[in-house]
Write a protein that binds this ligand. Sequence first.
Ligand code: FES
Length: 369
Amino acid sequence: MTVRRPAPSEPPVDLYGRRRPDRAMRVFHAVAETRFRWTTLINRKDPAGRVDDRRLDLTVVQRRVEAHDTDVVSLLLAAPDGRALPPWRPGAHLDVELPSGRLRQYSLCGDPADRHGYRIAVRRIPGGGGGSREVHDALRIGSRVTVRGPRNAFPFVPPGYGSDSARVHFVAGGIGVTPILPMVRMAHRLGIDWSMVYAGRSRDTLPFLDEIDSFGGRVTVRTDDEHGLPIAADLLPGVGPDTAVYCCGPVPMTALVAEGVRTLPGVELHSERFSAPPVVDGKPFTIELARTGEVIEVPADRSALEEVLAVRPDTAYSCRQGFCRTCAVRVLSGVVDHRDTVLTPEERADGELLICVSRCAGERLVLDL
Ligand code: FES
């Protein structure tokens, strides 16, 4: 007996043995396949995904201007041999080693289902630490960069996949859209109930506006030039109990959203900022740099890193929020007020200090610098 095998291009039989499923079955298959592909990217017990610390040498294969007014470019990074890259989940970032040796972190803003390219976007910050300038000026198509990660400090947990919330509201400000964009894409594909406010000075300043606009009526674009400066209610329209809010943007905007959420019972807030947090309950102290004997005064409202950078501009740093370890130094004497989120008790006992957030619990620290 000859068994006829279907040609590779032939569709599989449906539940009723029909080789050409009707429209309802085709829609069912498409939805099921999409849902399966996306749910395999989610792990209820580990929404951030595996921490991947291996170094990858990648090539810039695409460079696009995403917003002229705010000078945002996106780069697509791929393996030189085209192999698949380690998986990631919405909210993840890469540590990017720039040609100068500077280390900077950038959110992944592409599609997690695409395993052959990591997309990042960078806004040029005039007068910043030089990392964004370097990305804009030195990285072109064909440039090689080394990255570490992806790592996830801002994981998205959708309703039904580990979150008790029934719906999600996203708030993004300007370049803060980068970690939010993959979350929106995932929420949309999973068919969960979501909404979004995308805010900025004007439409010209907003990167990826065409991609965000493609999600239609769930998104409200709110710009200062058309609508005036927002208040918290403008950023949280219709947000009520059982909503999870994911927010990323400049400090004033994330502060406004946090203030608004505090007045809304039953709303949980997940936020990520792109700059150093303000110093809370800071007291002034003195730092002595042991290798040169220089003495630096750190005011109550400034970080040790800011003051060290003023005399040592080459000091390494990245996140400025106490989680990447780039700014770690050794304390030779003094009592530390540790404010980071990553050092273990052993590392602290060993004299490790993250100068971007941690301070002195007394009056003077002597650092091995
Ligand atoms: S710069 Fe990241 S921990 Fe200090």
